[in-house]
Design a protein around this ligand. Sequence first.
Ligand SMILES: [Zn+2]
Length: 530
Amino acid sequence: MWGRGQGSADPGPLPHKKLSMLARVKSGALRGVDAYIVEVEVDLAPGLPYFTTVGLPEAAVKEAKDRVRAALKNSGYKFPGNRVTINLAPADVRKEGTGFDLPVAAGLLAAQGILPPESMEKYLLFGELSLDGRLKATRGVLSMALTTRDAGLSLIVPKENAQEAGVVQGLELYAVETLAQVVDFLAGREELTPTPTLAPEDAGWDPVDDVDYQEVRGQEPVKRAMLLAAAGGHNVLMVGPPGAGKTMVARRLPSILPPLSFEEAVETSRIYSIMGRLPPGQPLLRQRPFRSPHHTISDAGLIGGGTTPRPGEVSLAHHGVLFLDELPEFKRTTLEVLRQPLEEGLVTISRATSSLTYPARFMLIAAMNPCPCGFFGDPRKPCTCTPNQINSYRSRISGPLLDRIDIQIQVPAVPFEHLARTEDSRDGSRAMREQVLEARTRQEQRFSRTKIFANAHMSSRHLKEYCALTEDTRRLLGAAMEKLALSARAYSRILKIARTIADLEGQPNLSPAHVAEAIQYRTLDRKFSP
Ligand SMILES: [Zn+2]
């Protein structure tokens, strides 16, 4: 009795013909990176043709009317000539995106009696319609799939999003190509086979092998610093003249980081999914992201925001690396807003009516010249800056930001004869990554009963517990701090790095040698003397 196109010429006797018809379809919307369920209520009432959508729809949702009208007609169904009211509940949250097309179309059909209302109870419908009735790839499907599963529902999405939704374990998923297919399925005229979900072991991980630390020559101390950073999750600031290879060093960091776990891959891929930026045919990211925004980037571009809020670079770098070259050139206010993600691993974007949260846990690698002209301390060329200029340049980076950066390292210009040597450096990324993995395993065991997983995240309580110093070591550190005029804030940084150095060696206790090496990574804390 649920005939396709049944109502196009003659509406015929409807099963529960009333003056007003109401249908409900479950769909979803995004709030930040999370999806929540939205009930799409479609009410048809007698009267002159009229169409309104209530429940705080944004422009793309309002435009659903025109796409749905064309898609229904071109699929052989009737667009009701009544007063149509669409309510998106809960009504007090703004809804954006094109995913409401499919549920609105289904609701209009149900309200006209073309689809049995109860047929949709166990499904969440999400997807954009093209004018000819085909379903198009829609942003945010991965988050929608997680919410659908958690609500105990089954999901109907465009076929182009099948792989993306299919990474969610335990989800009953139907990937469809056209509106007519959805209608036939819900009306019980067509069987659909649930789309199989991807097994985590098949998700895969691609080692970063297009770049390798073997190609970085004559910079062994810098490579050592990057090894420590990767092993302990420490943020790094590189200070050196132009052309010293700071960018080259930073770009290779993902090649020694631990593989992206399945859970991490899902978390990061959700962000790319809501941006519509997952690579085609690849439902999950297979490498840790490396993001390197230019210093002219806006606050919204870096942190997230905009009229229709979008995640920023800090979130695109989630579980990966954020590289900020020429750090002092970033606006000071921009750098200030980095503090929250660096401390909490997330970023909150405040809006007039509400606030959104996006994940943003990344390793920060920053680089800067030693002075405005770039050649302070460089034997190749004399520096032309005054001490005042140098101090004001360096003070553009605030103390609180520096506080979040454990490792500060000088990257000197490499003399040409070093670079010209043909042999590659002995330590390549593969060997370095193995050391990183061993050190990370030791940290996992140590922190198994805590909420942290890497040395960089230790609190003062953890420092007391895991970085106890012998009398000898304490004396050495005290003397060094005095001699080098290190600030008090340097103290806990040094302990954290020493802990990572000891972990790389598999040593349970911190030795004077560990601490002595760690002290070298506080370049900027030392008194600056031209
Ligand atoms: Zn200079």
